[in-house]
Design a protein around this ligand. Structure first.
Ligand SMILES: Cc1cc2nc3c(=O)[nH]c(=O)nc-3n(C[C@H](O)[C@H](O)[C@H](O)COP(=O)(O)O)c2cc1C
Length: 176
């Protein structure tokens, strides 16, 4: 049984990205999903001086340990002002101080969604560029626009988008 870590790149309690990541991860056969909620790994704002003072926080060590145990990651990112949310970027910065290979060369399905029509395309593009430098092995990527029109509690309701995501989930599944 493979272990998939699903992450919403946001600290909102009702994050739509956390929902999308969990939904996609749950489609992967013969695997169990563990949702790593950033709120359960709260971290102070990264700074070199703070790191000198306090070292690496326990929550960063704990999250890093979870990532070490995973077979792959399903990540969906929220977009704030065209970039990562502060909470997600801050988490990555702390993790990179433990190991520059934050994503540990493990397969990743990388996604973004937003209530707007661009579906977080800008942050998705930024992550696709940055993550390979952080040990990210991005197998497939998917952007879901207009989340509230296209997603219900039962999952993706737009058939064309669902087909596209299913294909990407299969590509990812073949690598774990
Ligand atoms: C400070 C801030 C900046 C935002 N900037 C963007 C943006 O650049 N692009 C976008 O599509 N949505 C933007 N949004 C809307 C978010 O996509 C929306 O809040 C979404 O629910 C965030 O995902 P989450 O629920 O997973 O946190 C912004 C929201 C906030 C609060």
């Amino acid at each position: 049984m493979k272990k998939i870590i699903a992450i919403g790149g946001s600290n909102s309690k009702d994050s739509i990205n956390k929902k999308l990541a969990e939904y996609a991860a749950n489609q992967i056969k013969d695997s169990k999903t563990l949702v790593a909620d950033l709120n359960e790994f709260e971290l102070p704002l990264y700074g070199v001086d703070l790191e000198k003072e306090m070292g690496i926080p326990e929550n960063a060590m704990r999250l890093n340990g979870l990532l070490e145990e995973a077979d792959g990651f399903v990540i969906s990112m929220a977009e704030h002002n065209g970039s990562f949310t502060s909470a997600f970027k801050n988490t990555i910065d702390w993790l990179s101080r433990i190991n520059q290979k934050v994503w540990k060369d493990k397969p990743m399905l990388l996604m973004a969604t937003s209530p707007g029509g661009r579906g977080g395309a800008t942050v998705l593009g930024a992550a696709k560029t940055a993550f390979p430098f952080l040990g990210g092995n991005v197998i497939a990527d998917f952007s879901l626009p207009s989340f509230y029109d296209n997603f219900t509690e039962e999952g993706l309701k737009n058939e064309i988008m669902k087909k596209d995501l299913d294909k990407k989930i299969q590509e990812f599944q073949a690598t774990i």
